[in-house]
Design a protein around this ligand. Structure first.
Ligand code: 9GP
Length: 830
């Protein structure tokens, strides 16, 4: 009954899918039809949510024909496909993206106006799907956007979390997390396919048996299982008629609930299995670069890769497909270590389910995976306790041991007598506890391993995985990250986009190298004036938004200094805070006259992982400092601090285009790449940054004159570590720094209570793992240069234009070309 319908007889049913008429009248018809027949309300009685759902579905109609056609084309002319395996996709709002992809903004606006509905009101109805923590998840969203735009066959595989990243609120300045109920008003962008559910097993044990050919084999007798239901999302390319698919999995119980127990009155027990199963995809794991291995997280990881591999092999490939040819058909890109359990899963499928021998299965597996590492923090490389893997996935643990045994033999062969190296490289560590090192597994199994910026890839080879780089020099490569110019320039910054189109002509959204055509316009005073007006318009937009969203009143005419990213010690929001207090202290103490200060508003946006104590302390302190400064008449009109809660993709889209200054101030050697840094440069903000991550490449491209570099380089950081870093000495030796820290420590920002800041201050003075104090003076000096530079409006604008003109490299389309050239290999059709 689930098979295809019988051959249709009517011409309409046989012909291709016909999209609705592209006119405001055509759209109006679709909209009203959806409202009346889909939502079951008349326009007069409809709520804004009814209207939003109906219009979103109406917009969907215009993508549908392309989606079905893309799928048909890919079935009929199969090319090698990219299976992007990612535990996170930070998609951002879908409506605008769909309108842009279909080029329907004007049509829709006109149609809605006929009904007295504003498109902006509709936009504001959408709750963004926050299915990611930060840069890694947003990168995945940019990549699938680019692959659709380049017409590369790709399916993004991931998890449909019922609750995405928490909504951040502040209570007395402290972060309080509220669940993200993004699905509660209905989600018009997803297509559930319960008929394509797959079963995923866990637990139990393995046993040996002899098959009918007399071969000794192993089989897994699982202890329990759940179902994975796919939800499909459209991933439209930019105005090119291509729509790829994002397939997110949701967990369901195999047996929904026990009617007998229910009838006996034990309602909780009756739904226990269901609750247990559904917990697997209940919440996004609330972490960013520091793993706290928990059982549920491993369940999530295995759940989504098991669903995805099974879906691909059993449902996407033709039934008679010869699995020896698998590497010609698919490359699975492992987005960080989260999906790496897919490696033993593919081995298990090939050996246990399909009857292959180990060596053949391993040869295939090694060609089907590539691994992207996104971190430099050793503690962020996931390890899973052997005990846990053995309990949840006993067969996979055996396979991992099998891979490790053969791999270590090769190590011993290549480096005879070097048992220390063998221990360092082993996929299974013994100390400090017995665990599977997922990064090692991915590196051994992956055809390629890449870092995400030049410096990161170099440090990956030299410091994080040096033994592997020595053994497999050809495996290691770099692909510098990128961002989609559709969402982050065209959609987020219409004023600048219009200017760019006037200057370099249409089509730059698909070929961002054409931004270089702006170079000569930097010398044109009239263009500079227009550029400033665009920036001003963006600031006005931000002012209006923050007033409504947060009740924050941004002062006018200020340098807008923005630091938005996850809160993490290595990113050094603390250093930014020291700068803010330095400015404040110098005006208050009369060291500088208020009228000599370049007026500046500093905007922070940052979520802290719920269990990350120091990050939460930093948030509380930023809010306390903001409150004091904003209330102090002595600095009024010169210095202001804003910290809108719940920074997310939607806020980024208004904030980034308005910024003058982009803060990228991590300790050198810590930020793998950063992608916010790229978004700011593309929107004409100047960067103040360390030589870290992709900052290095940004600076090389935009030029030293258009980038404010400060701080130690990575080798200098390493040297200072080696020689012994004593932060309290830096404090003692720098009178200005001392005044600033003393002021914070005195409780000046915390109602006279030093107790509320002691954890922060003590950490800076006696630990300071990320050397904020060591870079303090350099940072203050560069900020003074920035103040002076901003005062020269023409020169600043010129630099800002050159940033845009020279940042075309950071399009995620270019990243995709690099993946195609360096990693995914031949067979992928462009
Ligand atoms: O911290 C990195 C960030 O630098 C990078 O831009 C992003 C995308 O590659 O990945 C982040 N890594 C993680 O979130 C966890 O490894």
């Amino acid at each position: 009954s689930r098979g295809p319908a019988a051959e249709p007889t009517h011409a309409l049913a046989r012909g291709p899918v016909v999209p609705p008429t592209r006119s405001s009248e055509g759209f109006l018809r679709e909209f009203l039809r959806e409202l009346q027949y889909g939502q079951g309300v008349t326009l007069a009685r409809s709520s804004p949510n009814d209207q939003y759902l109906a219009m979103a579905r109406a917009v969907r109609h215009y993508l549908m024909a392309d989606w079905l056609e893309t799928a048909r084309r890919r079935r009929e002319h199969p090319a090698k496909m990219v299976g992007y395996l990612s535990a996170e996709y930070l998609l951002g709002r879908q409506l605008d993206n769909a309108l842009l992809a279909t080029d329907m903004v004007d049509i829709v606006q006109e149609a809605l106006a006929e009904c007295g509905i504003s498109l902006d009101t509709m936009r504001a109805q959408e709750v963004e799907p926050g299915l990611g923590n930060g840069g890694l998840g947003r990168l995945a969203a940019c990549f699938i956007d680019s692959l659709a735009t380049l017409d590369v066959s790709c399916v993004g595989y991931g998890i449909r979390y019922e609750y995405g990243i928490f909504r951040q609120t502040f209570v007395d300045g402290r972060q309080v997390e509220v669940p993200d109920t993004w699905l509660s008003f209905g989600n018009p962008w997803e297509f559930p396919h319960p008929e394509r559910e797959v079963e995923v097993n866990f637990g139990g044990h393995t046993e040996q048996y002899t098959d009918e050919d007399g071969r000794e084999r192993t089989r897994w007798i699982p202890g329990w299982n759940v179902l994975g239901v796919p939800y499909h999302y459209m991933v439209p390319g930019y105005q090119n008629g291509v729509v790829n698919t994002l397939r997110l999995w949701s967990a369901r119980a195999t047996h929904a609930f026990d009617l007998q127990i229910f009838n006996s009155g034990d309602y909780a027990e009756a739904v226990r299995a269901q609750t247990f199963a559904e917990n697997i995809t209940k919440v996004l794991y609330p972490e960013d670069s520091t793993p706290q291995g928990r059982e549920l997280r491993l369940q999530q990881q295995y759940f989504f890769v098991a669903c995805s591999l099974k879906d691909y092999i059993d449902q996407t490939l033709p039934p008679d497909f010869d699995l020896k040819r698998l590497p010609d058909q698919i490359i699975f890109q492992l987005n960080d270590t989260h999906p790496v359990i897919a490696v033993p899963e593919l081995m298990r499928l090939l050996i246990d389910d399909k009857g292959m021998e180990w060596d053949e299965a391993w040869e295939i597996t090694q060609k089907c995976f590539a691994y992207t590492c996104h971190t430099l923090l050793p503690e962020a490389l996931e390890v899973w306790p052997v005990e846990l893997v053995g309990r949840l996935l006993p067969r996979h643990l055996e396979i991992i041991y099998g891979i490790n045994e053969r791999f270590l033999e090769q190590v011993r062969e290549a480096f005879p007598g070097d048992e220390l190296r063998v221990r360092r490289m082993s996929i299974v560590q013994d100390h400090p506890f017995r665990a599977v090192r997922m990064a090692h597994l991915a590196t051994v199994a992956g055809a390629k391993v890449n870092g995400v910026a030049e410096l990161h890839s170099q440090l990956l080879r030299d410091k994080l995985l040096p033994d592997f780089a020595q053994m497999y020099p050809d495996k290691f490569t770099n692909v510098t990250n990128g961002v989609t110019p559709r969402r982050f320039v065209r959609q987020a910054n219409p004023a600048l986009s219009e200017l760019i189109s006037e200057a370099v002509g249409p089509g730059w959204e698909r070929d961002l190298s054409r931004l270089s055509g702006l170079e000569s316009f930097a010398e044109d005073p009239e263009f500079r004036e227009q550029f400033r007006q665009a920036k001003q318009a963006n600031k006005e937009r931000l002012r209006a938004l923050l007033l409504v969203r947060d009740g924050v009143e941004l002062p006018e005419g200020h340098l807008l200094d923005v630091m938005v990213k996850r809160l993490h010690e290595y990113k050094r929001q603390s250093l930014k805070l020291l700068h803010v207090v330095t400015l404040y202290e110098s005006i208050r103490s009369g060291e500088v006259a208020a009228e000599d200060v370049t007026p500046r508003t500093v905007i922070f946006g940052a979520k802290a992982a719920p269990g990350y104590h120091m990050a939460k302390e930093t948030i509380a302190l930023i809010n306390a400092v903001a409150k004091t400064i904003n209330a102090d008449p002595a600095v009024k009109g010169r210095l202001a601090v804003a910290f809108p809660a719940n920074y997310n993709v939607t806020l980024a889209e208004t904030l980034i285009p308005a910024a003058d200054l982009s803060e990228q101030i991590s300790l050198a050697g810590m930020e793998a790449s950063g992608t916010g840094n790229m978004k700011f440069a593309l929107n004409g903000a100047l960067t103040v940054g360390t030589d870290d991550g992709a900052n290095v490449e940004i600076r090389q491209l935009v030029g030293d004159d258009n980038f404010f570099l400060f701080g130690m380089s990575e080798p200098e950081v390493a040297a200072l570590h080696a020689s012994g870093y004593v932060p309290s000495q830096v404090y003692a030796d720098n009178p200005r720094l001392k005044r600033v820290i003393d002021l914070i420590a005195s409780g000046a920002f915390t109602d006279g209570d030093p107790g509320r800041v002691s954890a922060f201050v003590d950490d800076l003075l006696y630990n300071d793992r990320f050397m904020a104090l060591a870079d303090y003076q350099s940072y203050i000096d560069v900020q003074e240069r920035i103040d002076a530079a901003y005062a020269d409006t023409e020169a600043w604008t010129r630099s800002a234009i050159l940033n845009v003109a020279r940042a075309g490299f950071f399009s995620s389309d270019r990243s995709m070309h690099d993946y195609l050239d360096r990693i995914w290999g031949a067979g992928i059709r462009l």
